[in-house]
Ligand binder design. Sequence first.
Ligand SMILES: Cc1cc2nc3c(=O)[nH]c(=O)nc-3n(C[C@H](O)[C@H](O)[C@H](O)COP(=O)(O)O)c2cc1C
Length: 251
Amino acid sequence: MDINSKISRRISVAPMMDCTDRHDRFFLRLMSKNVMLYTEMVATKSAIHGDRKKILSYSPEEKPLALQVGGSNKEELAEVAKIAEDMGYDEININLGCPSKKVQKNMFGACLMKEPDLVAECINAMVKSCNIPVTAKTRIGFDDVESFEYLNSFIHKMRDAGAKTFILHARKAMLTGLSPKQNLNIPKLNYNMVYEVKKQNPDLEIIINGGISKVDEINNHLKHCDGAMIGRSIYQNPYSLVEIEREISSG
Ligand SMILES: Cc1cc2nc3c(=O)[nH]c(=O)nc-3n(C[C@H](O)[C@H](O)[C@H](O)COP(=O)(O)O)c2cc1C
């Protein structure tokens, strides 16, 4: 059986640092039985050496639940993938989209878009160490690079390393010049780039993210992609998940 078939990523709530902690996720689960939930990003070193009970434990009610990890050391990432599996997480997701300076300094997040070979090695190590899906959340480009060819070849490297599911925040990462907060609204979203990725790679699961809030927007994205991930609008208005769950079949 395809392990990916057990969970649905048709609608998911984005990982949000200092927001989607276990209490928020438990609360969101009261609004929606089926939505896929993600933890805040956890650095590999914290997951391995930190207080695991405090950092990684969750309530069974939160499932289906993915652990998002930040890192670029393949041994550490493989270890965290195994920890995630052992703790019952449904997915391990690598953060390749955060532009913050601190995250760049530690060599994780969006700066890894510049290192496709390293990312492929990391994904391969994670895939080999666990049996849960290994997925990636990334941007459509970075700094001066917003090219379909670059993005598509980055995705192909990750696919060849064993990932089948990609969450694409449809806005490029600005590694310099903008704060991470500004980079959540600037530059402009480019949904067509994400649609094109799905069109060219029908066998991959492509989840679109960025600026989505309304049911009709979700329905439109679902004509082009396999799922929609929603961040801020659900954090600001959790009750909107009730309508989203009612209106959009999770199948
Ligand atoms: C407060 C906040 C914290 C975030 N933390 C993370 C994170 O830990 N990992 C990650 O991949 N993205 C993080 N993001 C980005 C979101 O997951 C998402 O990609 C972004 O907000 C765009 O989606 P939206 O327009 O629906 O909010 C964060 C965003 C916000 C607003």
